[in-house]
Design a protein around this ligand. Sequence first.
Ligand code: NDP
Length: 446
Amino acid sequence: MSYIEETLQHVREQSGTETEFLQSVEETLRSLKPVIDEHPKYRRYAVLERLTEPDRMIMFRVGWVDEQGVYHVNRGYRVQFNNAIGPYKGGLRFHPSVNLGIVKFLAFEQVFKNALTTLPMGGAKGGSDFDPKGRSDEEVMSFCQSFMTEFARYIGPDMDVPAGDIGVGKREVGYLFGQYKKITSQFNGVITGKDPNWGGSLMRPQATGYGTVYFAEEMLGTKGESLGGKRCIVSGSGNVAQYTVEKLTMLGAKVLTLSDSGGTIYDKDGIDREKLAFVMDLKNNRRGRISEYVEKYPSAEYLDGANPWSIPCECAFPSATQNELELEDAKALVKNGCSLVSEGANMPCTAEAVGLFLENKLMYGPGKAANAGGVATSGLEMAQNAQHLSWPREEVKGRLRSIMKDIHTLVSETAAQYGRPHDYVMGANIAGFVKVADAMIDQGIV
Ligand code: NDP
């Protein structure tokens, strides 16, 4: 049995019930075959076994009381996966679906993604099965304070630097940071995604969505094409989706859809700046549902319970959650002539969907590469915090643009080097792997 298959069998035996983690490890390891075959040192130093076993997994109880006086207990998680190239770094997700397998898959992906950014960051992820939906600001604050009371002992600006993810935005980051400061008396760069007024980086809110669009632009550039005039569909309506739409419209594309877990809105006239401003207010301030879009803009349609993938388009940007785009959805995209998929979300496409994209030679940018602009800008926030400086917007924007270009170049060149030009999956996995694996070998078995 090959080294990769042996490792996969071991991971299956140990973590067989963690389906998303298994999915992510299988997808990643299988694409490493050429580099593993070429370099026996990775087997000699047991790199795959070490790379698939987190440094540590922390789970803790989070108790809090709601406004009716009802007591609640949620579970907090942090998986510190690998810190071979820098302090642990990765977001926190608050969503009822959060479990250990999901946090492990996100942390595993983060190791490779962070390695691609060119910045010194290891990989981690965390969160809780707490559901912020329908909770008041005070209830969310109370939960965040309780979460941080335990979490504070495991993090620090040179140890582990969390950030936001699904359900954790500016509001939650503020409450988490406030409690960290209260407990430790330290004002430092322990968390990213802070408001620029108190230590955050300009452009961080925009970074993931903009970066995903920049990555798409780079992919199109290899064929002499651009986004101008292209019909695009976007899923989700949170942070990543909103700024994906903003950048796409700035570049002259026409965005037809947005969604949430209730359904999809289809606006055949395109979601322009004014409509996007409405969505941002609806989602970020009023915490409403995307279905309210059609009340404001009646020429749009609401597709109850549906996802956007059956709407004809040239480019698709899955930006909601894992496994939101399955084989049947991929078939619909291919049939309708879609030629590009750039992932804003983490692992939004199932393995079968990705297989179909590659078979049909779509330009497919996996999340590890395409959505790395968010964590890259978090890395820039860490650099600014360490310097006690705030960089001007144009500086951060310029760095983000060039990081996305560099990621695209690295991933493409790596894919070509291993005989699979335009296979961004293989390129991203091998490039991220080599950086982390070689650092692990240099530092000995620990
Ligand atoms: P938000 O919480 O801001 O938005 C999430 C969006 O996805 C909401 O519209 C939400 O709808 C929808 N969604 C969440 N879960 C589901 C589900 N199970 N089914 C259908 N829709 C769902 O999160 P972000 O925009 O920050 O994150 C979106 C994705 O991008 C995630 O995969 C995240 O890991 C990834 N990502 C985020 C980065 C960042 O900087 N924020 C960086 C890199 C990746 P509803 O309101 O109905 O739940």
